[in-house]
Each structure stands twice: as C-alpha cells, then as structure tokens.
Design a protein around this ligand. Structure first.
Ligand SMILES: O=C(O)c1cc(=O)[nH]c(=O)n1[C@@H]1O[C@H](COP(=O)(O)O)[C@@H](O)[C@H]1O
Length: 307
C-alpha cells in the first residue's frame, strides 16, 4: 500500500508481462488490491440516486451519473462493478453507456467486474461467455459474476473462455440476501451444503495457482459466521457493505483466515456522496482505510465505523 489513503493511480489492469499475453485475472486483482486498496465500487444507477443527484431518469442522466463516477474514481479504485440491470433497463442506449463506462474505466487502469449474474445451460452460457469474456466483444470485462445454480459444470464455457482471455469469473456461493439460504444452505447429496459444493468446485479450479486463482466466490458480508470452508484460493467478493447493513468491521467474523483475499463491495453507500467528485473519492478513501485497518487488526481499536 502506498500513500496515506492507500489509493494510488497505479495501472491496476495493466497486463504487466509485456509479452502480449494477458496476465491472469487473479494476479492482476492481487496487485490492484495491494496497490489501490481492497475495495470494489459498485456502479448501480438506481432511479432514486439519479433523482438525488438532480439528474433525469433517462439515458442522458444515466450517462452523466456513470461517467461522473468513473471519472472521479477510476484512477484510484481497484475494481468497479457495474450492475448490468440498471443499464439494461434503458435498452440499447443504456447498454451503450455501459460499454463506454467499461472502456473508460479500464483505460484508466481500474479492473471491471461486470455484475450480470448469468447462468444458463452450457450452450447458452457459451454466448454469455462470448459477450463478457471474449477480448473481441464490445462488452469484454476483466471478470463477470455468474450463477452456478443450474449446476457448476454449466459454467464450463465461461471458465474456459476466461482462462483463454486472462479474465475472471465470480461464482455466487452464499449471497447477501436472506432468501438465498433456501437454496444455498440446503443439504446436497453427500451431506455438504449446496454452497459448500460450489465453494469446493471453485477451489478445485484454483488449485495450485499463485498468487491468487482467477475463479472467485461471492459471499455476502451480511452473513455473520458462515459455517463454510472459504479456502478457495481465489478472491472472495463480499457485497452487502453499506446499504445492506454490513461494515468492514463485520468481515473478520464472516471470512476468518480468508480475509486477505476478500474484496468488499459497496454501491449505494459510496454513490450517495455524488455528484461531487471529491466527496465520492473521500468516501472511497474512507472505506479503503477502514478495510485496511480491519485487515491489520486495528479497526476496532480506532473505533472506525465506515458508515
Ligand atoms: O454479485 C453481487 O455483486 C451481489 C451478490 C450478493 O450476494 N448480494 C448483492 O447485493 N450483490 C450485488 O451487490 C450490489 C449491492 O449494492 P448495495 O447494496 O447498494 O451496496 C448490487 O448490485 C447487488 O446486485
């Protein structure tokens, strides 16, 4: 970590090999978290936020909102996570804004994790993989969220495509919403929970990879003690910080020894500080500082709340 805020304008998404071959996502993410801080900023342009920012709830408002966030934070943030649904609701004009945001954020050195939560039969999954994980696609990203609840192996086309392009895949395991338990905590054949089956499959994908695998798990920061083995040797995306009630101080109880690989994710609780670019950046820096304090065991003693 460099600088007092822990957020430096290092090119997090830069390949770093010079060979023309993209460095694997896990390695790029590790470097981004180490240099820019362990935080993912979600870009979720809710209608309510557009209104609060004094913007119209239309494609023009969406574009101003999104570009303001990207321009304020892209040189300082390790990862952006645009939520595709908030762009798709405006049809093709919304998707055009999403494409522009992805390109601009990546050009500024931020990694982009597309929150699309795709999941389908393998042959359709291949089309989703072509959308987000093929370098020639206009929506190519550094990583994408996927749902394994059509069976982990239904994700194989995405896992294969990501391996080719040096991208990442984040697999839903234990989601932050209370309804998720109905499926994820159910007991699978063999006695493990369904979520543990997914976590074990992720660990198998990442076996032996250094410094960090490129297949991540999504585990909500809201969950408290999860009672699952999170040693997947890959990144652990932790949404639910901020608006859903979790704080960085909750992370040790959820993640335990896996804490160094956790990427806490905040959307509304950062975005509400806009449209002022300085206030957005301060909010990110406060979160990065709080996360770092928790990681190094000084968060509680400093009485930081991050809220
Ligand atoms: O995959 C996700 O990012 C995700 C998984 C999960 O378990 N819970 C969850 O809230 N998310 C996403 O994370 C974001 C949370 O937004 P805030 O509650 O505003 O921080 C939304 O885009 C959700 O779709």
């Amino acid at each position: 970590m460099t600088g007092s805020s822990g957020t430096t304008p290092t090119g997090a998404g830069a390949p770093g090999t010079g060979s023309g071959q993209q460095e694997p996502f896990g390695a790029r993410l590790r470097r981004a978290m180490d240099t820019r801080g362990q935080l993912c900023v979600g870009i979720d342009p809710h209608a309510r936020l557009l209104t609060d920012w004094g913007l119209p709830d239309d494609p023009g408002g969406l574009e101003r909102f999104t570009m303001t966030v990207v321009d304020a934070l892209a040189e300082h943030t390790a990862v952006f996570k645009p939520q595709s649904a908030f762009f798709e609701r405006f049809g093709s004009r919304g998707v055009a804004v999403l494409e522009k945001a992805v390109a601009r954020a990546r050009a500024a050195g931020a990694l982009v994790l597309m929150d699309a939560k795709r999941g389908d039969i393998g042959s359709t999954m291949a089309a989703y993989a072509a959308t987000y994980l093929d370098k020639d696609s206009p929506l190519f990203c550094d990583a994408v969220t996927v749902s394994p609840y059509l069976g982990f192996e239904s994700l194989r086309p995405a896992l294969d495509a990501a391996a080719v392009s040096g991208a990442g895949v984040f697999v839903l395991a234990l989601t932050s919403n209370p309804e998720g338990a109905q499926v994820q905590r159910a007991t699978a054949a063999g006695g493990r929970s369904v979520a543990q089956v997914m976590l074990d499959a992720i660990a198998a994908e990442n076996e032996g990879v250094r410094p960090l695998g490129s297949v991540g798990a999504v585990v909500g920061a809201t969950l408290g003690e999860v009672g699952a083995d999170l040693a997947v040797n890959g990144p652990l995306l932790a949404p639910g910080v901020g608006a859903q009630g979790a704080t960085p101080a909750d992370l040790p109880a959820v993640f335990g020894a896996a804490l160094p690989n956790v990427l806490p994710s905040v959307s509304r609780d950062v975005l509400r500080h806009g449209p002022d670019a300085g206030a957005l950046l301060k909010s990110v820096r406060d979160y990065v500082d709080h996360v770092r304090a928790v990681m190094t065991g000084t968060g509680e003693s400093r009485g930081i709340t991050g809220r």
